[in-house]
Every structure is written in C-alpha cells, then in structure tokens.
Design a protein around this ligand. Sequence first.
Ligand code: SAM
Length: 349
Amino acid sequence: MKSDSNKKNTIKPTPEQIKEASSKITGYFGGYFAIWTLDLGIRTGLFEEIANFLNGVTSSDLAKKKGFDPLYVDVWCRNAYGAELLEIQNGHYTLSPAMATLLLDRDNGAYATGTAQVLIGLRDAFAALRKRIKSGKRLWWNTAPREFVDAVAESSRAFYTRLLNFIDLRPELAQLLVRGTLVEVGSGYGTGLIRFAERFPKAKLVGVDGDSHSLKQAEFIFKQAKFDKQVRFVQSSFEDYNESEVADIALINISLHEARNKKKATAVMYNALKPGGVILVSEFPYPERPEGLRTPPARVMSGIQYFEAMINDQLLPTKEFINLLSGVGFKHIETVELTPVHTIILGHK
Ligand SMILES: C[S@@+](CC[C@H](N)C(=O)[O-])C[C@H]1O[C@@H](n2cnc3c(N)ncnc32)[C@H](O)[C@@H]1O
C-alpha cells in the first residue's frame, strides 16, 4: 500500500498566502541586486567619491568626476538609493555617516563590505554546485576561487577589530600580550596578525596555516609593513602543528570549524599554550535548532554553509566549541556574543 506521504499535495493556497510568499521572494530578488550594487560601488570607487560631497552629487556630475558612462552611473545611483545604501536630497546623492562606516571604514567592527564581497566571490562556486550536488566533489582553500579567498580576508577584518576591542576591555588579556607570544592557528592572509603587531609592538607573533598561498600573502604584508621581525610563520595542518608551551594566547579566528580533527586541533592549541595561557576561539554561532535559522544573520550563516560543505565541513553551534575546549582540559570556559554572527569562546590552561 502506498503511504500518504507519496501523494501529491492538492491543497490550493489562498490568494493571501500567495501574496505573502511572493513578497518574501521579491525581497530576496531586491537583496540580490543590492549586493551587486554594493560590490560595484566599492570596486569602482563610487561610494568613496560620493563621501567627498557633503551636500551630495548628481549622478551626471558623479559620472563626469569618475570618467564613467552616465547611464550606468545613473542606474547604479538609483539602485543604491532604492537599497538605502545612499540618500538623496534635491537630486543629489549622499552617503550617510552610518553607511560610510559600514561600507568604507575597514578598521571598524561594523565593516560590512568584505561580507558582501564574499557572497559575490562565491558566484562560480554556486554555479558549480549544479554539478557538485550530484558528484559530491569537494575543494580546498588552494583551489577555491581567488577572489573569494581575498574577500574572506576582507570580511574577517571586522572580526579582528571586534576581537581587539574585546581584548582591550579585558586588561588581563591585553597584559598577556604586552611582551608575550600570540599563536594564531589558521592565520590566513595575516590580516589579523598584522593588527596585533600594530597594537602590541613588543609581542611575538606566530602564524600557522596549511595553505601556502595564504602564508605567502601574510609574509608579504608583514614585510611591506616592516613588522617581519616580530612574526614567524609555520606551514602546517592544524592537527600537526607541534610546538609546546610557547604561547600566552592561542587564537583561532573563524577556522576551528574547518579542522579535519577538531579535538586534535584544540589539543594542539592547549599544548602550544604556557601554563596559565588563554585560548580564544572566535567563531560563527550557528543556530542549534532549525527554528533559529529564520533570522537575517542566521540566513547569512546558512549561506556560508554552502562553501563549508564544499570544503567538507560545517559551521557549528557554540555548545560544540565549549565541549571541545573542556574535552582537552581547558578550565573557566566563557562565551561572549560580540554580534549575532560572532561569538568568542575563551578558556584557560
Ligand atoms: C576561513 S579562513 C580564515 C583565515 C583567517 N583566520 C581570517 O580570519 O582571515 C581559514 C584558514 O584556515 C586554514 N585552514 C583550514 N583548515 C586547515 C587545516 N586543517 N590545517 C591548516 N590550515 C587550515 C585555511 O588555509 C585558511 O587560511
């Protein structure tokens, strides 16, 4: 006998239900164009140019100033205004101070441009999913689209800013770094480590990463900033990094969920810490239950899960990180939610 679950649903939706569903989808269509508008405005310097005009600028003057095509610029301005990225006064477009912070201030904890670039950087990966969803083919950082990897480094700037602000609010942590050592596991392009170098010029820094391209990029930015004497880089998987009692703080930013063996990676950081040292796990707090997925921040984290699946992992609920830390011997574990997409899990050796 066929079960009821195989029967086609013949219940007709009401016109109100159709209207409600339609308005949700239309909102997503608009969001898609808003993200492309944001990316275009950043990459072409349009937002930066508008920020120079206190009383605003017309789209034709903006096009003239930039040497761009007036029709394209006008379409862009109207999109940016519609998406509430720009304001308008008597036909003159302006950038509000709050939007200028989110879009242009790369050292602000609310900086949002990097995340928009991450979404755009995934366009080819999304197209490839049409085949990968069947084949199950995965990739890793060294074969991920380069524009996407660059965008991840840009998006994590805000995470590091919030982390540094958090450390400044905890003098006992800041004190550990005045002359101490920070090991960052999964240091990527070094965008976080360089901020630590600026903030703690006498600290010693160690960056550990498995991706040679990211390490080269990190070495390059440290040389350029003339901070290279303060840092050393180690190419290693998280699980095989093997230094004992070298660090006062072990940091891992939006990367522990990627470890192939999370327990081993956590134990590696425990081993790298001196007695009394502190681990800072900076992570996305993925909702524990499906009900938690229906908020805008959770939707962003769910979207990121597509890329995580491509590299064969998933973002995890905070509870899992607490268990990992206690499982390898960390004590006095605390969690601090910095934003709806950013939580710190802290433990002591
Ligand atoms: C999401 S990125 C974050 C990079 C950096 N922390 C940031 O926030 O910009 C993750 C980084 O961890 C590295 N990574 C991921 N899994 C790894 C593993 N099992 N062993 C070594 N490195 C790994 C990747 O190469 C990449 O640089």
